[in-house]
Write a protein of this length. Structure first.
Length: 260
């Protein structure tokens, strides 16, 4: 039986795309050291993944999960077009092929980090669709870790994002004011806030200048002040797994995340 959700407001701030590039790595670490990021998800197939794992070891309070990567798509000429794909079209529809690729990425994470991931999610939410949805749910069950959108005890919030539905700029979505308001109005229980911080443009991602703006917002003192005033406690996926959701308050791991 799962642990009951504790009273209070617990927020996991998870940065996606760790390992995508050196600039994204720097931005995520800055948002952890100077800001409110508590967890991050590693893209193990990318050139900066080894650096991400090494830097992660230097910051033991930063929880490391796996950001399963089956490809990336961008909105162009009125439709979504692939930027890169990991599997062929036929393999992407094959549960066995997808399961094998997820297993490869889990093994790669273990080789880089020296341990299992604390949580699972996917690039551009690919696991909202089958067959990855079922494959990732099964992997999370085997590892005993939460899967984004798959654990009813952890609410997901993707409101902190600087682009609209079709990739159009939405700068008001990544201001400090917007983030402070979202945190001040968060419901009780455990909520994951996703973010995509980064520094520079060495990654070639369509989500580029927005990453630096996210770093600024995540590190802004007004954001922490709003969270403190609302009684929000920042926690990591590692703390969640170590104590169970019901143990966050009693363990003390739900205390406010403080600056070094």
């Amino acid at each position: 039986m799962s642990s009951p959700t504790p009273p209070g407001k617990f927020v996991i701030v998870n940065a996606d795309d760790f390992g995508y590039s050196a600039g994204i790595n720097r931005g995520i670490i800055a948002a952890h050291v100077r800001g409110i990021v508590t967890s991050t998800s590693v893209m193990v197939r990318w050139p900066a993944a080894a650096e991400a794992a090494a830097v992660g070891r230097d910051h033991p309070d930063l929880s490391l999960g796996l950001h399963v990567d089956l490809g990336e798509w961008a909105y162009r000429d009125g439709g979504w077009a692939p930027v890169h794909t990991v599997l062929s079209e036929s393999d992407a529809a094959s549960p066995a092929a997808v399961e094998a690729e997820v297993a490869r990425q889990v093994d790669a994470f273990r080789a880089l980090a020296g341990r299992d991931p604390t949580h699972l999610d996917s690039h551009q939410h690919a696991h909202r669709s089958e067959p990855l949805r079922s494959v990732l749910a099964a992997a999370g069950a085997r590892l005993g870790v939460p899967v984004r959108h798959g654990d009813p005890r952890v609410r997901y919030c993707g409101d902190f994002y600087g682009q609209g539905r079709h990739g159009e700029p939405y700068p008001q979505g990544i201001t400090a004011e917007h983030l402070a308001h979202a945190l001040s109005t968060v419901a009780g229980g455990v909520t994951e806030f996703a973010c995509h911080p980064g520094l520079g443009t060495d990654h070639g991602s369509a989500y580029a200048d927005e990453r630096g703006a996210e770093v600024d917002a995540l590190c802004h003192p007004a954001v922490r002040a709003a969270a403190d005033a609302a009684g929000v406690r920042f926690v990591s996926f590692r703390a969640l797994g170590r104590t169970g959701i019901g143990g966050l308050r009693s363990s003390g791991l739900g205390r406010t995340h403080t600056l070094p």
